[in-house]
Design a binder for this molecule. Structure first.
Ligand SMILES: O=C(O)C1=C[C@@H](OP(=O)(O)O)[C@@H](O)[C@H](O)C1
Ligand SMILES: C=C(OP(=O)(O)O)C(=O)O
Length: 429
């Protein structure tokens, strides 16, 4: 069977300045909250990629008016009472969309909606949001007793909940906080391990009820609120591919500008520093409550490390590209606490191990850990396993020696134009 592929090899160092597309997590949430607001607001520099276009369509199906305005979106909100969708909502490949939407729809009294997604999303665990939402009173049914999509939601009155997250997941936390906006009483979520806090920051940006106390986050029923413009920072998870590429290719120096540097997202910077990376960054401004700044990476000899397990939730989407760096270091890298990676768009632990082996790297795979022997890779072909992050991470792993990436179009889920940006930085030398 003929499959699309892309052959990549650097001709020289990566040099230059880049602004990566908008943050995926902030774009999903910005579209949802603007859809719930009254009046019109703009989402400035959002991510326009597979996942977030699914969110724009979903919110339009629920009654929001969303128009493109150059690089931006202009959103006319429906207010707190959404419209019943006329058809099934297709969440595509986006776990964030499906989980947050379940929370948003659970308390829309009388509204009926069915959510589905692509083959990958229909395999992913939904019980983690369905169970606590049911404890709030939600009526959600689906395959496997509600653990897999397609899922049907019938909006009903909800009551607040006091809940401790059993897995570190910003999606579960956010689904419950969104449901809490429509619930009687207080909704309280405890996270024993911190995860990305974009929902909390955006609630504050839009004037929605939110309190933080140690590991607890609380919200309560929302009053109608006005729309407000929101600037979306560059996505640190997208920037990470260029930071690692610059570290690996001799002579490189790359600066990423306008990138989100929220400390709940930047665990990778700490790990790369510990590996010996020449990295500098500065937080310059805050947009919509999000820290934004620049990061510069210069080619560096790297050494293996044992990653602190508590950093994994702060870099959960950057593990594939960390594995790419680990293939090039001197010594061994141990990456623990990876059970959540088994239930992403692909089983990322297995996808990482298989692609490293395809590039001649020695790797040991445990149930929730990887041990990677550094020393460099040999030219080879890599398989994205229908997963955007795997496609981009292994393009970077093989870049210094030459790599064939099958089905490179998967990158478009979070970063249309990724390969063009990568090639442009190499040619800029
Ligand atoms: O809340 C979010 O926007 C996200 C949370 C993370 O998922 P989990 O909540 O499953 O950890 C992350 O992997 C995903 O890319 C985006
Ligand atoms: C896990 C990811 O996204 P989601 O869960 O929204 O599909 C990701 O972007 O790496």
């Amino acid at each position: 069977m003929d499959r699309p592929f892309l052959d990549l090899k650097v001709e020289g160092p990566l040099r230059g300045v880049l602004r990566v597309p908008g943050d995926k997590s902030v774009t999903h949430r910005g579209l949802m909250l603007l859809a719930l607001s009254e009046g019109e607001g703009r989402l400035l520099y959002p991510l326009k990629a597979g996942d977030t276009l699914s969110t724009a369509k979903a919110m339009a199906a629920l009654g929001a008016e969303i128009a493109e305005e150059g690089p931006h979106f202009r959103v006319r909100g429906v207010g707190l009472r959404l419209k019943e969708p006329e058809d099934v909502i297709d969440c595509g490949n986006a776990g964030t969309l499906m989980r947050l939407l379940l929370g948003l729809l659970a308390g829309q009294e009388g509204l009926f909606a069915v959510l589905t997604g692509d083959a990958s999303l229909r395999r992913r665990p939904m019980g983690r949001v369905v169970e606590p939402l049911r404890a709030m009173g939600a009526r959600i049914e689906g395959r496997e007793g509600g653990r897999r999509a397609p899922l049907a939601v019938r909006g009903v009155p909800l009551r607040g909940l006091r809940y401790t997250l059993p897995v570190p997941s910003a999606q579960v936390k956010s689904a419950l906080l969104l449901a809490g906006l429509f619930a009687e009483g207080v909704t309280e979520v405890e996270e024993p391990v911190p995860t990305r806090d974009h929902t909390e920051r955006l609630f504050l940006h839009f004037g929605l009820p939110l309190e933080k106390e140690g590991p607890w986050v609380r919200t309560r029923r929302a009053e109608p609120f006005p729309a407000r413009d929101l600037i979306v920072p560059g996505d640190f998870s997208s920037a990470a591919f260029f930071l690692v590429a610059a570290l690996l290719v001799p002579g490189s120096e790359v600066t990423l500008e306008g990138v989100g540097l929220n400390p709940t997202r930047t665990g990778l910077l700490k790990v790369l520093k510990a590996m010996g990376a020449d990295l500098e960054w500065r937080v310059e401004e805050g947009e919509g409550g999000e820290p934004v700044g620049w990061v510069r990476a210069r080619h560096s000899p790297l050494k293996g490390v044992s990653v602190d397990p508590s950093l994994i939730p702060l870099m959960v989407d950057e593990v594939p590209v960390l594995a790419a760096a680990a293939a090039w270091v001197e010594g061994e890298t141990h990456i623990p606490n990876l059970s959540e990676l088994r239930v992403k768009e692909s089983d990322r632990v297995s996808a990482i191990a298989q692609n490293l082996r395809a590039l001649g790297v020695e790797v040991e795979e445990g149930p929730d850990w990887l041990r990677i022997r550094g020393g460099g890779v040999r030219p080879g072909a890599v398989e994205p396993f229908h997963d955007h992050r795997i496609a981009m991470a292994f393009a970077v792993a093989g870049l210094p020696v030459g790599v064939r990436v099958y089905e490179p179009q998967w990158a478009e889920i979070s970063y249309p134009g990724f390969f063009e940006d990568l090639k442009r930085l190499c040619a800029a030398s």
